[in-house]
Write a protein that binds this ligand. Structure first.
Ligand SMILES: [Cu+2]
Length: 141
């Protein structure tokens, strides 16, 4: 009986450790001038990103540059926002008023499973520069 209890205790503790490593984290991206800092961020599924100092900015997830089946959400201009990412992949976003100046960024959730699809697209201008930075960052993970 004592052996059974110690086995069960060990299993319970192992379970706790596994659960502990999966605890969702919060990350902050700050708008500084016409840049998001950090521009590229690597998180895990279930984590939340908080965008702050957004007085003249927004976050617009770009159709075709986010994982299949996820919503290309657009946040209201001038509002700090939170978003929790459940699905793995690369999410590229722009700030609508300032994308001409290259204001955008990427959130990479877990593995960059849609990187090849993003690389296959011909994106130009400010958003093209954001995409290039995101590809380089994702390939370095
Ligand atoms: Cu902006």
């Amino acid at each position: 009986m004592r052996k059974l209890i110690s086995v069960l205790t060990a299993l319970f503790l192992t379970g706790l450790l596994a659960a502990g490593s999966a605890v969702a984290k919060n990350h902050t991206v700050e708008a500084q001038g016409l840049k998001f800092m950090p521009m590229n961020i690597h998180i895990q599924p279930g984590d939340t990103v908080y965008w702050e100092n957004m007085a003249t900015h927004n976050v617009h997830m770009m159709e075709g540059l986010i994982p299949e089946g996820t919503e290309a959400f657009v946040s209201p201009l001038g509002e700090n926002i939170n978003h929790t990412f459940e699905k793995e992949g690369v999410y590229i976003y722009q700030c609508d008023p300032h994308i001409g100046a290259g204001m955008g960024g990427a959130v990479i959730v877990g593995k960059p499973v849609n990187l090849e699809k993003i690389k296959s697209q011909d994106v130009k201008g400010g958003l093209g520069r954001v995409v290039d930075e995101a590809i380089e960052f994702a390939e370095g993970l």
